[in-house]
Design a protein around this ligand. Structure first.
Ligand code: ZN
Ligand code: ZN
Length: 144
């Protein structure tokens, strides 16, 4: 079955936290994993509700938090816009360019920028574990 690894990670994390496995959380996890997008909690909530209409938004928020904590998801924050969530586990590193007009995230990576960040960390004697680079501006569609 697909997402077996992700489910294993999540289930053992949930167990470690002393929480019981729940059908609702499992549905949220699967729906999240099936969607290759930068989702808000609201968007995920309406997708999950198609499967299980009794799932509340609070459960979605709590589950997303768990997903971030166990390394399956990563959150994207920009200004006062709704936080978006994307897959993290098993996905190659990438940075984001966000459009201040439409809110779209563009994914990109530049090896030189990556290297420069490592160099900067080294310069200040910092052990780098990761980074989130977010650039903001106006996308090509909104420029027209
Ligand atoms: Zn990067
Ligand atoms: Zn992304």
């Amino acid at each position: 079955m697909a997402f077996e690894e992700e489910q294993k990670i999540f289930n053992s994390f949930v167990k470690e936290k002393g929480l019981k496995q729940s059908k609702q959380r499992d549905d949220i996890l699967l729906t999240f994993l099936k969607t290759e997008k930068h989702l808000t909690a609201d968007e995920l909530h309406s997708l999950v509700k198609k499967k299980n209409s009794s799932t509340g938004i609070a459960t979605v928020y709590r589950t997303l938090k768990l997903l971030c904590e166990c390394g399956l998801s990563s959150e994207l924050r920009f200004g006062d816009r709704a936080v978006r969530y994307e897959h993290f586990y098993g996905h190659e590193h990438h940075d984001h360019l966000v459009c201040v007009k439409c809110g779209n995230f563009i994914e990109a990576v530049d090896p030189e920028i990556e290297k420069l960040q490592e160099r900067l960390a080294k310069k200040v004697n910092f052990s780098l574990q990761g980074h989130k680079l977010l650039m903001y501006g106006v996308c090509s569609k909104c420029k027209k």
